[in-house]
Design a protein around this ligand. Sequence first.
Ligand SMILES: Cc1cc2nc3c(=O)[nH]c(=O)nc-3n(C[C@H](O)[C@H](O)[C@H](O)COP(=O)(O)OP(=O)(O)OC[C@H]3O[C@@H](n4cnc5c(N)ncnc54)[C@H](O)[C@@H]3O)c2cc1C
Length: 460
Amino acid sequence: MSERGLSSWGRTFPDRGRRAVPASRFDWSEKTATDAFLPYGNGRSYGDSCLNHAGTLIDSRRADAVLAFDAKTGLLTAEAGILLSAITRLVAPQGWFLPVTPGTQFVTLGGAIANDVHGKNHHRRGSFGCWVRSVDLERSDRGVSLCTPSQNAELFKATIGGMGLTGLVRSATIQLLKVPSLTIDETTTRFDRLADYFDLAEEADERHEYAVAWIDSLSRGTSFGRGHLIAGDHAATGDSEGIARPPLLRVPFTPPVSPLRGWPLRAFNEAYFHKAPSGTSRRQVGFDGFFYPLDRIGQWNRLYGPKGLHQHQSLVPFADAKAVIGELLACAGAHGQGSFLTVLKRFGAVESPGLLSFPRPGYTLTLDFPHRGKKTLEMLAALDAITLAAGGRINPYKDSRMTAETFAAGFPGWRALERLRDPAILSDFWRRTALVLPPEAVAAWPADDGFRKGRSSLPA
Ligand SMILES: Cc1cc2nc3c(=O)[nH]c(=O)nc-3n(C[C@H](O)[C@H](O)[C@H](O)COP(=O)(O)OP(=O)(O)OC[C@H]3O[C@@H](n4cnc5c(N)ncnc54)[C@H](O)[C@@H]3O)c2cc1C
């Protein structure tokens, strides 16, 4: 086994990924009583769900071969360590694209399945798991099995969104999406207050393949929650190469204090808001600028300073979302901690096959904060409380500090996942949440997936 330094994107746990072994060379029998394995993709999860400080990470990045691609049907089979960027480069010239893509293309196929990632088209295409046709899953207790919606179906469901806990995905087959080109017809609508966003978002979801909003989280008074709604569709003609431009720049070191706070943040938001003309504007953009703007700045996470960053992603059911999204933004403002990048998105009703998948119908708000110690943690806990009281949940693969109770309240399905967990696999996230919960602690919660439809009071 080699000593390697692997981390997660939030960098709040710089010392946690010391032991790693390549997927091609690891051996389940090397597990000892105090050790455990955990599959690792490309470390683009923000918190500790891809970390395993007391055990060994299985680094899948070099296991990245394409095993089959049918340009007629758009079915692709590849090893789990392949990056989404490599898939795009391969399939775009044949008119295919990823059916669902997160905001970075530097994510592995295995990581996209294990977190059941979502993209800007959730309202039409659901999450990544909806497009997975089969996985080859290797477990310490039963070797490799083919899991599909009808074969080893329970394991298939648990593996999608199962945060790597059900076994090592060796390879997977996914259905790609036929597109006319990768160039995007982009429509940006500037809105002057949060209240204006919701109708625009509904309309955009009806009309466009992709839709997402940027919110100026520092705006106050009558312009509270102002922002841009950015919608997009594949253009009839355009790029069919699928090669993203190289990063514009790379952040070379971690500054001692994050510049993403105070007046620089305020100035950025002000300038960015006015960058879009009032009303609606249209233009054509490249796929990399539309889907992956942050990939153009290498190691941008360093800008959050030496203590790292927290990303708080909440999901609020439709019932009370208009009020609750406002409460969440106001709460962050009241704690004096502006979020650098604030994103608001409407999730649709397409159901994921995944047992513990994050998306459900509702609005999802994503806030990024530099870690400033106790102050930040208190604010994040307040955001959790608002979300839970509205019947919502917090995204576990972005998290590094939610309580076990908060996790269980949002995902009572954790018990089913725990039953199917590979006994040789454990993550820091699971140690910190599920494993500290005695079953009776969550008995008050419904036995289904626990996602409620609106506000309700929490059990004591
Ligand atoms: C700039 C940026 C934008 C993002 N935008 C979005 C977004 O829009 N939507 C979204 O949903 N997420 C988003 N994310 C989060 C990111 O897409 C997910 O965390 C993704 O799953 C990370 O994949 P990874 O390959 O880096 O895996 P890692 O982060 O290394 O691991 C993720 C999980 O997958 C498991 N895993 C990895 N490989 C395997 C395998 N072979 N077998 C079994 N389990 C495995 C790990 O154990 C871990 O639990 C974003 C992240 C960044 C940095």
